[in-house]
Write a protein that binds this ligand. Structure first.
Ligand code: AMP
Length: 174
């Protein structure tokens, strides 16, 4: 994988979705077939020997590479969604965002204790979203949890929110 080439393909969108945020837009990477394949292959190499049984993707940008990797590994995909989107029984977790509180949910039958889970999202900023997702997954007492991002904003130190025992991998760092 040419990491620098992929890094250079990410589009910076200033002041989106709110003033002062420099949004890292990965649609410019995903529309490039070669780069999409390179990322899928790199993820596969990272996780092929971990004994994963499920990938949990976070709405909505975790729904792009999450299922692609799940298919390559021959395992299942589970969505974590914003409150009110999942149709059956759910459990939920709330977390603080810049403006107010957000709630995410997962189906109560999505995971079980012998699952080895990879949580995936496109980007790690402050870490609040992923931390809430980890708390949700922990409620199933799963065997092991891994965390993956395509992009990590190192200067926000989001990874410090997570305990040492969890392996966190990001393909691209800013
Ligand atoms: P956080 O909870 O602060 O780690 O934010 C992570 C979530 O917000 C991820 O789902 C990202 O897709 C999105 N996000 C936050 N900041 C950015 C950014 N600068 N560029 C792109 N996405 C972002």
């Amino acid at each position: 994988m040419n990491t620098l080439e992929i890094k250079n393909s990410i589009r910076d969108v200033p002041n989106f979705p709110t003033e002062g945020i420099l949004f890292k837009d990965l649609t410019t990477v995903f529309k490039n077939g070669k780069q999409l394949q390179e990322i899928a292959d790199a993820l596969y190499e990272l996780y092929k020997n971990k004994g994963l049984t499920k990938i949990v993707g976070i709405e909505s940008r975790g729904f792009i590479m999450g299922p692609i990797l799940a298919e390559k590994l021959g395992i299942g995909f589970v969505p974590v969604r914003k409150k009110g989107k999942l149709p059956a029984d759910t459990i939920e977790e709330s977390y603080e965002k810049e403006y107010g509180i957000d709630t995410i949910q997962i189906h109560t039958d999505a995971l079980d204790p012998n699952d080895v889970v990879l949580l995936h999202d496109d980007l790690l900023a402050t870490g609040g979203t992923m931390k809430a997702a980890v708390n949700l997954v922990r409620k199933f007492h799963v065997e092991k949890i891994y965390i993956n991002f395509l992009v990590e904003l190192d200067f926000l130190k989001g990874r410090e929110l997570f305990e040492e025992g969890i392996e966190i991998e990001s393909i691209i760092h800013f």
